[in-house]
Structure formats: C-alpha cells, structure tokens
Design a protein around this ligand. Sequence first.
Ligand code: IPM
Ligand code: MN
Length: 356
Amino acid sequence: MKKKFQIGVVPGDGTGPEVVAEGLKVLKAVAEKAGVGYDLTHYDFGGERYLKTGEILPDSAIQELGQMDAVYLGAIGHPDVKPGILEKGILLNLRFSLDLYINLRPVKLYPGVDTPLKDKGPQHIDFDVVRENTEGLYAGSGGFLKKNTLDEIAVQESINTRKGVERCIRYAFECCRKKNRNKKLTLCGKTNVLTYAFDLWERVFHEVGETYPDIEQDYAHVDAICMWMVKNPEWFDVIVTDNMFGDIITDLGAMIQGGMGIAAGGNINPEGAAIFEPIGGSAPKYTGKNIINPLAAIMAGQMMLTYLEESEAADLVEKAVMKVIQHDMKTMDAGKMGLGTSKVGDLVVKYIRDGE
Ligand code: IPM
Ligand code: MN
C-alpha cells in the first residue's frame, strides 16, 4: 500500500490562513488526481493564540511537527505583538530545533509574469538559492555590555561551523547536479572583508567541489550578486550562501521573479523534518480582504510535493499554476490580480481537474 503522509498545518497570522486554505484546496484536488494519501493535523500557533494565552510554541508541538512527513506554514508575524517575539519564538525556533539547515528558495520567472527587469524573460530567470538556515548571524550569539548607557556595546556574532557549512554546501552541489541545467554553483560571500567566516566557506566550497567535477565552481561577493541578479540573472544556476546573505538576496530574488505573490520556499533537513511556506510574511494590511495572491502558498505546496517525491502531483500543480498565470491573472500583486484569493485557488483546482 502507498504511504499516507502526515502533514502538519500551521496557518499562522495575517493572510497566512487565507493562502493556506487555497493551498490545501489545491493539495486535495491534486491528491485525488495523482493518488496521494495524506492526513492533516492543524495547529493554531501564531499571534492570536499568543495574545490570548501567552503561549508561543510548546516543546511538545515542536516534537510533533518534527515527526510529520512535512509541515505546511502560512505566515508568522502579528501587528499587536512586538517584532521578534513570534518570528524568533515560532519560525526561527522551528528552524533551529528541528535542525532545518537548508532554506531552499527557487527564483523562477514563469511565462506571463511581469518582472521589473527590462528585457529579461523566463529564459533568463531560473535559479535556486540554497540558504544556510541554522547558523551565521541568526545563531543568537552576542550580547550587550553597559546596556542603556552612553558606553553601550552591542555584539552580534556570525557563527559558522565546519559541519554546518559543509552540509549546506554539499546539499547545494547535489541540488545543482539534480537540476541539471547549467551545472554551475555560485558561492555568495564576502571574502574581501569577512575574512574568517567566508574563508571557511570558500575552503569548504572548493574541498567539497572536488567530489563534484561535473559542477562548475563560481564565486561572487554578496554586493556584486545583488548587482548581477538585476543585470544578468541568467548567469545563475544555483547560489549557495549563509543565513543573512540568503535572507537578503532571496527578497531581491522574489522581486525579479514577479513578487512575493509567487515566491515560495522550503526549510529542510534532508535527513528529517521540513516546513514549506510562502516567503512573503503575514501582510496585515491585506488580511481578510480576499485580495492576497495565494500562488506563493500554492507553490510552497508544490515544493512540499516534490520533497515528498510525489513528482507527478508536483508537476500537475506547477502546470495548473502556469495556466492560471497565462489565462486568468493580470498581475501577481495583491488586490490587482483581477481575481480574489479564493478564485485563484479555484482556478488552479479546475486546471488540475481538467488536465490530462
Ligand atoms: C524569512 C524571514 C525571516 C528570516 C524572519 C521572519 C525571521 O524574513 O524567512 O526570510 O529573517 O529568516
Ligand atoms: Mn526574509
């Protein structure tokens, strides 16, 4: 008998629940079509629960989510909760506790989606960013001295372990081989200034690269990458980088692929748990208006299916999304799509059902 996947669902805050609802509609339709079995377990962690009960994310829930085959997440962040509490308490806590050391963020421009880049089309924008997801400046190392005095000192250290760097780089080489496109892996660093952290990254990059003679090794500083992502995005195939640089360049990546309305990502431990999410955040100003674009969440679901090795289902979702973009949507921008949130989900479902 085929495996029945256990999927945890954390809709979270703001527009999270709306877009997750559309993603689950699509999952249901494609699962019926492709014969995928799954059970959903819903969790209401997020700002509302925190404001009501003071609970952020109990250890027992982390454990449970870690046992799931995959977790589907909407968005974390609430306007009435001080920034950092939920982000650190839920999202970063899950990434760290479940050791989700890869943050995989595809930057792909689909036909019919507008990019702000002049003269660039789908043939130019199709790369993956592999962001280290558990170390670097995010590790929480540092502190204050003489806080709230004129002599105050704030230190925030970037932690880079050989193990952490190596497993991330190895995953990126594998990703590049699997993608089988230009077979080029670019290390994004800052070796001219961060001469300890990125010295380690660069050494490990070349060392691991020796076992991937089929993959071209490329290097660019992070500031230059920002320039090339705008000027020559076609140069990139897979980019590997640390946590902070990965955070920054993937927002830029989201913009060149058409905006947060379509950008999805996966927090992955290749040997364990994984969480898939639209990367755009909770968007309070669009909440509850049926105007947010659910395609990012739907594509996060597509990534989840790929991760679960349900490639037929994943292909069906991607094709259906491409049809909606080409035939029905004016833009990827919330409120301007020409369709409401739930209608976009309905159309993806329709194309899945009508598909061959
Ligand atoms: C992201 C977000 C998070 C990050 C925030 C919400 C903590 O920006 O997933 O990119 O910085 O990693
Ligand atoms: Mn970010």
